[in-house]
Design a protein. Sequence first.
Length: 387
Amino acid sequence: MQQSPDRYFARKGKNNGVVSLLLPFAGARAQGAYTHTLNGFPRTRSDCSPHCPMVDIWQYQYRPDAAKTLTSDKPIATLKRHWKVKSEARIIAIGMFNGKKLYADGLVDYIKSFGHIKRVNKIEDSLWGYETFTVRIYVAKRNPAKIGELGALLDDTPDDMIEDFLRRGFEVAYVDNGLTRTGKDATFWRFMVAAEAMPDGERIRYLSRDADALLSAGEAFSVGEWIASGHAFHRMHIIPICLGPLTAMAWGGSHVGKGSFSDMKNMIEYFPYRFQYGDDELFTRDMIWPRIKATGSVMTHQYERGVFFRAVNPYRGSCEEPTQDYCDEAKLGGKCPDVLMPDEIESPWQALGLRGKLSTVKDNLAMFDLHPETERGRKAIEALKAN
């Protein structure tokens, strides 16, 4: 049975009136960001019932080392023989559900930024940082076994785009939603990585990310410290807006065996809101984040909070910080530290905004500088090495 719609939006804190005053004077991009489910009015019924999208991941493909394409109905890149580090499988989970060149080009830029940050910091390791992760792209494709029943899937991911992903060494996960076309329901697919069961004693570490972002020093630094910390989950609150406590493209997790989200498929399929902008973060707020808190093992990176931060967040408590207080509400005795970013690591939003092209920002070296001359910078770089 689907979740009752009346529970959503019920836990907002006191609204921040300053946002309403400032928003008319903000740019189009900022105004668009605030047309978000978490800022909206309650919906009184599901937007998909009785035919809500399924999450049928019917095939995986992977072409390691430019060799022949491997095909399976189960994940491939997380098999131990394909790990890029000795200690664990590492995956960056991204959804690419249509053929828009904008997002495909953004993804290429994202991958290029992995090497750019190495060059800026004079890191000579052949494999370092996000290169130690395999990028897994969730694409829209009709399950051939369902074509007779359902017909073609409109607006699916083009074959030539998928071929380019494979050529670049990405793992491709083929998803059929059981409808005639895909929409924003596809933004949920990347969360399925958290459901992946590993053999006894083997660990998976994963990052949930967007296709059209760039890897900044702030992100790489915080992920490096998280890896070194041993905490199970990670939140990056390194941009000034906290529309909700778990940004869909800025969190990660790790587990041995089954982990905390073995039922993720059911969690998504029975969630009643999946077609509006921000529904993925309604889901992370109300379905994923409560379980993460209950583990009592989450590290949150943040910049020092100032007047601007307080002015732009839509309601009191939208970030759920201090994190330890919220973890304690779910389970006492956990360790959920908030870690302040060092002053020398610039916040990525200052130059990149929420998005940016590498060609326009690559010469802004401060945005990619990990400051290896500092102790924290050196340790973060060390943690991102292929062990």
